[in-house]
Design a protein around this ligand. Structure first.
Ligand code: PHE
Length: 337
């Protein structure tokens, strides 16, 4: 029995076969178990002798199984390792990396400039109430901007904000008459416009607001000059033209010297040498008052710019729709800017 078992075991060529043999010789129905079970019918002298022989046989078989098993395990690992070898000379596959959207880059750049001047960044809701979008900003009840034609209304009293100026009011209310207020607010705004190369029904504005004692128009002018020189280059000039907004008085439209032709006159600036980039003014006393600031003690300035327009001028982009159609050929040009 022992010889037969050992011979078969030595010839086994896989763990499965080995297992089958284990069951065959050592299992419950195997010959050894049978012999041990039959021990009861043996005489007292025979019992230890047969028992010893049976145990020897069992131990011998177990040892061979153990050894073979170890051998198979090693062979199988070797085989797997050989199959899984990595060819380190193969060139890798390139993973396409994402990049920051050009518009986000320009927003970050503008934020950085104002953070450097001590401003903080505020945000506000895109779905606004009539009160914050118009009323608290001194828009008269019959102002055309309030018309369905110009604004996206959700209900009579709720609309998609048409500018970032409501964040001015929300910030002032939160500050409860405290100064200084010195914030910029980037965000999306919505207008009922037909989309074309220079108009989009959704676009991005950055609003600025400063309130303190003794804030003057010269502070506004100096701040904006510093900003455009960091944004467009050291010799950029600005020009303020009288304008009108219900929430500022006086109000000014701000032009920068054309960075395309350096003031010589070109198509971008329609031969004028100047480009309009933002609206601004001194915060209207009624706006201050409604938000809890005494206009006899405090004054402030505000400005608002369209980020797409700034980005288009800075990078020579000819169509605002490029920012939203996500054509990779457009976007990839900005990966390393
Ligand atoms: N809110 C104005 C607009 O959307 C821009 C502006 C902001 C003007 C702040 C003056 C002061 O056109």
């Amino acid at each position: 029995l022992k010889q037969e078992a050992l011979l078969q075991l030595e010839q086994a060529d896989g763990s499965q076969q080995l297992n089958e043999l284990r069951v065959k010789y050592l299992g419950k129905k195997g010959p050894l178990t049978e012999i041990l079970r039959g021990m009861g019918s043996l005489s007292a002298e025979e019992r230890p002798i047969i028992g010893q022989v049976a145990n020897e046989v069992r131990t011998a078989i177990e040892e061979v199984i153990e050894r073979k098993q170890e051998q198979f395990r090693k062979e199988e690992t070797d085989k797997r390792l050989r199959q899984e070898t990595i060819d380190i000379t193969l060139p890798g596959r390139k993973q396409p990396a994402g990049a920051v959207h050009p518009l986000s880059k320009v927003i970050e750049e503008i934020e950085d400039i104002f953070l450097g001047m001590g401003y903080t960044v505020e945000e506000g809701p895109e779905v606004e109430t009539d009160y914050y979008n118009f009323e608290a900003l001194n828009f008269p009840k019959n102002h055309p901007a309030r018309d369905m034609q110009d604004s996206f209304y959700v209900t009579d009293e709720i609309l998609m904000r048409t500018h970032t100026s409501p964040v001015q009011v929300r910030t002032m209310e939160r500050m409860k008459g405290d100064v200084p207020v010195k914030i910029i607010c980037p965000g999306k705004v919505y207008r009922h416009d037909d989309d074309d190369a220079t108009h989009s029904h959704v676009f991005t504005q950055i609003e600025g607001l400063v309130i303190d004692r003794h804030i003057r128009m010269s502070d506004l002018k100096g701040t904006l000059l510093q900003f455009v020189q960091e944004m467009f280059g050291k010799d950029t000039k600005i020009r303020l033209r009288p304008s009108f907004f219900p929430f500022t008085e006086p109000s000014a439209e701000v032009d920068v010297s054309c960075m395309m032709c350096r003031g010589e006159g070109c198509r971008t600036c329609k031969q004028t040498g100047w480009l309009e980039i933002l609206g601004s003014g001194m915060v209207h006393p009624r706006v201050l008052e409604m938000a809890g600031y005494d206009p006899r003690e405090y004054s402030g300035f505000a400005f608002g710019m369209g980020v797409e327009r700034i980005a288009m001028l800075k990078y020579g982009i000819d169509d605002i729709r490029h920012f939203y159609t996500n054509d990779l050929r457009f976007l990839q040009q900005f990966v390393r800017v």
